[in-house]
Design a protein around this ligand. Structure first.
Ligand SMILES: [Ca+2]
Ligand SMILES: [Ca+2]
Length: 123
């Protein structure tokens, strides 16, 4: 146990300079409740913006923070599609149940505008 803690501490020190520490990131990911799909405006799950039940099919035609989402998680039981345009249009980033991504990357970052929770576990 002590060896594990030491290893984690060294890992954080090695990363250094990062905007967000690992303990902070874990706390932020936990902001997303069980059975929900969540999006954060900053990487490493900082700045929770949207949290939607992801156990029943539904859609959200406009995200509360348009073109701002950087980190996403799906703690629901169904696939979630994050769309680059409003009303489930444009390109789609698919998250299956249990997926999370602290930074969706340059081609998706700050582009999501709507989302859909599907009736299936895969998009
Ligand atoms: Ca962002
Ligand atoms: Ca967009």
């Amino acid at each position: 146990m002590n060896r594990t803690i030491m290893a984690v501490a060294i890992g954080i020190a090695a990363v250094g300079g990062g905007a967000v520490s690992l303990p902070g990131a874990q706390a932020a990911l936990s902001q997303c409740a069980a059975d929900h799909a969540c999006g954060w405006i900053n990487e490493n799950f900082v700045g929770l913006s949207v949290s939607r039940d992801a156990t029943t099919p539904k859609s959200l035609s406009r995200l509360p923070d348009n073109d701002a989402i950087t980190a996403i998680a799906n703690k629901g039981s169904r696939a979630v599609g994050w769309y680059t345009d409003i009303s489930m249009d444009g390109r789609r980033y698919c998250e299956t149940p249990g997926d999370s991504n602290p930074n969706v990357g340059d081609s998706w970052n700050d582009r999501f505008s709507s989302l859909a929770v599907y009736s299936t576990r895969h998009c």
